[in-house]
Design a protein around this ligand. Structure first.
Ligand SMILES: [Zn+2]
Length: 414
């Protein structure tokens, strides 16, 4: 029902935009409407549809004119671009950490909404500003005529440090729904991205305070200087349980007309969500269709998986050059020293930035192929418990960790 309302709102918004455009071009809209009773009829029932607030996205690789924008001085930056990634955040710790088989895994790999809020505030206070991963490197032609990647100079507000955020597995997997996570993204009554789900009592909840994506949207609304270029984060999507909470996937084991009809419905429902995310600074990358291990699967399996991702996910979110390795597992043994058949294949499919997971925001432009490999840091239970020092430049785990709601497991700094 909520989804239907969201769709209806989106449709009405489009209609009203189209109507505005027509009015402007013909200059005779009032007359036209008066002459056509059907155009007037729905007006009484039409709910108030908020105009989407304008959202500006700019290019951090271009110096503002005279080096100043909105009274802020900009300066060239060629240093490290830090990169943090999150999994979906825990909305209801009492469901996540209830002692079932998933509890310790969620403790290892996730942060709670409270922790996430505190991390955003801390990186903001420490002078980080958001940049999109797609703006950090560009493809160009080398002296030998071959394509290669280059690191772009970024022009940042003076004294600020660039930060990429990425969000893995923003698919709203089935197992998460009963484990304290939100169920899907929707467009709320205010026209903005919200999450929908159920609280521990089973009540339906639409909110902007329970999910990493709308929480960051709100944070940027309240602190626009955190995102001087309008960037938010890159959403790393698999495909095997659909995307963003919509079951857009196929199943090769059995496929009926009813399943396909439902899939088409889900595809139509997710389209306005994707459009609004893109409009407001979110971008998308591949996390492979099946969350497969690129270090051990056969080239043939990886080719099939990649085509399926392009068919079922890429067809909806659009082309991407960003690949996030599932499990952080590098192809061909080691993609730093080697450029093996798997890496070459993935690169041939359009990927240019290959992200793993590591202990620092490492990046390396490969010399023998047009590609960048990079590592990301991972704020989660594991690093909150065991890597306090390494993350002090972003936040102090002592100030962040919800010790009381998490399982009683070892903490190095306690
Ligand atoms: Zn993953």
């Amino acid at each position: 029902m909520r989804r239907f309302t969201a769709l209806l709102l989106a449709a009405l918004m489009l209609l009203s935009l189209a109507a505005c455009g027509q009015g402007a071009s013909t200059g005779g809209s009032a007359q036209n409407a008066a002459g056509d009773p059907s155009a007037e009829a729905p007006e009484e029932e039409t709910p108030e549809v908020p105009e989407p607030e304008p959202y500006e996205i700019s290019d951090p690789t271009v110096m503002p004119e005279d080096g100043v924008r909105d009274g802020v001085t900009y300066a060239a930056y060629d240093g490290i671009v830090e990169h943090l990634f999150f999994h979906p955040v825990v909305a209801y710790p009492e469901l996540a950490f209830d002692g079932d088989a998933q509890a310790n895994g969620i403790d290892d790999y996730m942060v709670t909404v409270d922790e996430y809020n505190k991390i955003l505030q801390s990186v903001y206070d420490k002078g980080y500003v958001l940049v999109d991963i797609g703006d950090v490197w560009s493809e160009t032609t080398g002296e030998d005529g071959a394509p290669k990647m280059v690191r772009n100079t970024l022009y940042l507000p003076e004294g600020k440090k660039p930060l990429i955020l990425s969000f893995d597995d923003t698919n709203y997997y089935e197992y998460m729904l009963t484990n304290g996570f939100t169920y899907k993204l929707v467009i709320g009554e205010d026209g903005k991205i919200a999450s929908w789900g159920k609280d521990p009592q089973g009540n339906e909840v639409t909110s902007r305070d329970l999910d990493a994506i709308p929480i960051l949207d709100k944070f940027v609304e309240e602190h626009p200087d955190f995102s001087p270029f309008g960037a938010k984060g890159c959403l790393s999507l698999t495909g095997y349980e659909g995307i963003l909470g919509y079951r857009t996937q196929t199943d090769t084991k059995s496929w009926t007309a009813a399943q396909e009809a439902n899939r088409q419905k889900e595809i139509e429902a997710v389209k306005p969500i994707i459009a609004e995310l893109k409009r407001t600074g979110w971008t998308f990358g591949s996390h492979t269709w099946g969350h497969i291990r690129l270090g051990s699967k056969s080239l043939e399996t990886i080719q099939e998986d990649t085509q399926r991702w392009l068919d079922e996910v890429g067809s909806l979110v659009g082309p991407t050059t960003i690949l996030f390795y599932p499990h952080g597992e590098r192809p061909d043994g080691n993609d730093w020293q080697n450029t093996g058949p798997v890496f070459r294949y993935l690169q041939s499919q359009g990927f240019r930035v290959f992200c793993s997971v590591g202990i620092e925001s490492f990046s390396y432009i490969k010399k023998d192929i047009c590609a960048v490999i990079c590592d990301r840091l991972h704020p989660d239970g594991t690093t909150l418990r065991h890597s306090r020092d390494r993350y002090l430049q972003f936040y102090d785990a002592k100030d962040i960790m919800d010790v009381a709601v998490r399982p009683q497991r070892e903490i190095d700094w306690a």
